[in-house]
Design a protein around this ligand. Sequence first.
Ligand code: ATP
Ligand code: MG
Ligand code: MG
Length: 558
Amino acid sequence: MENNTSNIIRPIIQKDLETGKRNYVITRFPPEPNGYLHIGHAMSIITNFDLADEFNGKTNLRFDDTNPLKEDVEFVQSIKEDVQWLGFDWDGLFFASDYFEEMYNRAIILIKKGLAYVDELSADEIREYRGTLTEPGKNSPYRDRTIEENLDLFNRMRKGEFENGQKVLRAKIDMSSSNINMRDPVLYRIAHTTHHNTGDKWCIYPMYAFAHPIEDAIEDVTHSICTLEFEDQRPLYNWIIEQTEMESTPQQIEFGRLNLTNTVMSKRKLKQLVDEEFVDGWDDPRMPTISALRRRGFTAEAIRTFIRELGVTRGDGAVDSRMLDHYVREDLKLKSPRTMGVLRPLKVIITNYPEGQVEMLDAEINPENPEMGIRKIPFSREIYVEQEDFMENPPKKYFRLFPGNEVRLKHAYFIKCEKVIKNENGEVIEIHCTYDPETKSGSGFTGRKVKGTLHWVDANHAIPAEFRLYEPLILDEEEQQVEDNEEDNEEEKTFLDRVNPNSLQILNGYIEPNMKEVKPQDKFQFFRHGYFNVDPKHSTKEHIVFNLIVSLKSSFKL
Ligand code: ATP
Ligand code: MG
Ligand code: MG
C-alpha cells in the first residue's frame, strides 16, 4: 500500500499501536441499507479497508439497520455487490439489528444507574425544551421518575403497550451542557413497523447515537471512522460506551466527507430523483451511485485511484468531478480497444470506387498498446461519416469535408468532396466524393498532405447502435454549492431546480461490423468521441447500446 498521500487517520493508528494502546486494528464500513451506495461511500469504504489492510487488521461490513422505516433487503444486496465490485472483501458481515436484545439490555443498565428515563414529551416539545446554542435547555417534567417506574415503562414500551411517539427513552445527562447532543438525547423510540431483518419482533428501536457505539464495541472495532458532522457526537459516543459498561472501547475518528461538483450525494436526494422519475432507477448512468458508475463504465480501479489520490483529510470542499473522469481515462487508455462509430450518420458515396467491391483494411486495436494487435474493417463504395464533419459553407480553419476539399479517412484513403445531394427541403442527405487509391493508409504515401482525419464506417456492413451521451444531472449554481448532506430543507427545495434538462441525449448511429459480439460492460474508445461502455441493462445482441463514460479530452488539469 502506498503511503505518500495525506491521511490524517494513519498517524493516530500508528501511534496507538506503538504505544500499546492497541494490539490490533479493526475498522468497519457501516452503511444504513436505505439506498444504494454512492461515490462518497466509496471514500469511506476505501479508507476503512485500506487502513486496516496497512496495519494487518480487519474490516467488517456492518449494516446499520436500526431504522425500519426506510430500510430494505434490496439495498442490503446492492451494498454487498458494490463493496465487492470496488475490490474489497469484508472480514465479518454483521447486522446491527442482530444486537437489538443486547442494546435493550444496555439501556436497562442505564436506567438502573439512573442515567436514562422514559419521557412523554412530544417530539416538538423535546426540541423546544432542548434549548439552543446560546440558551440552556430545561428539564422534562418526566425526568425524575423513579428507576422502578422507568424500568416498568420501558418494558411496556417494548411490549407494545404504547403508540408511536407516545413515549421515548432518553439519556439523563445534562440539559445545560454546551454540547446540545448531551442534553438528554433520545435513545429509543416506538415504531410499530416491520423490520427487514427482525420482522415484528420489536416495536422499539434504538437511535443512531445510542446504537452505533454499542455496535462498534460489540464487534471490538478499534477505530470507528466517520465523517466530520459526527464530531459533536463524540462525547456522547464515549459516554454511551462508558456508561453502558461495554468491555471494548472503540475510538471515533472523523474525516471530511467527499463532495463533488455538479453532484448531489445524499441518499435522500438520490432517492427523490429515483422516486420522482428524473432518472431511470438508482443505476441510471447519470447518478453518482456505485451501481450507476459501474453501468456507465467507470472502473473500480479508477475510483480507487481517485479516492486514494484525494487522501483522507478534514477538508470537505467540493472536488472537481472531472478529476474522476481523468482517472478513468488513465485507466482505460491502454486497456480499451479503439474503434470507430458514427453517432449522427451522413451517407458518403465514393463514386470512383468499384460497385460491389469490398476490401478489408487493417487497423491497430490500440496504437498506445500495440500488443492488442489489429482488427479488420471493411471499406466499400458507401460509407457513413459524422454529420458535423461536413459543411457546405465552412468557416475559416474548418479542415473537414466541404465542396472541393480533401480529407483522410482513418485507416483508409483520402477522399475529396465533389458534390452535395439535398432533398426537396434543402437538407443535405448525401455527399459524393472520389477517392485516391494511392493514398491508402499504411502505403507510405507522402505525395500531399491533408489537414483533416475523419472516422467513418462502411454503410453496407456497419451495425446500427444506440449511443447515450451524458452531461451532469445536477448543475452547480454560480457560486460553488457544497452538499452538506444534513437535513437542510431549504436546499432540498432548490436542488431539483438544478436538474439539467439536457443530461441525456440518445443518438442512433453505426459501429464497425467487428463489434457484433460485444458483451455488456465491454469498454471501447471510439475514435474522436471518447470512451464508451456497453450498457448492461438495455443492450441486447440485436440492439447494442453504448453509454458515454467520458469524452476524450478535458479542460481539467491535475
Ligand atoms: P447519506 O446522507 O448520503 O445517506 P449516510 O452517511 O447517511 O449518507 P450511511 O449509510 O450512514 O449514509 O453511510 C455509511 C458510511 O459512509 C458512513 O460512515 C458515512 O459517514 C460514510 N459516508 C457517507 N457519505 C459520505 C461521503 N460523501 N464522504 C465520505 N464518507 C461518506
Ligand atoms: Mg448515516
Ligand atoms: Mg443517511
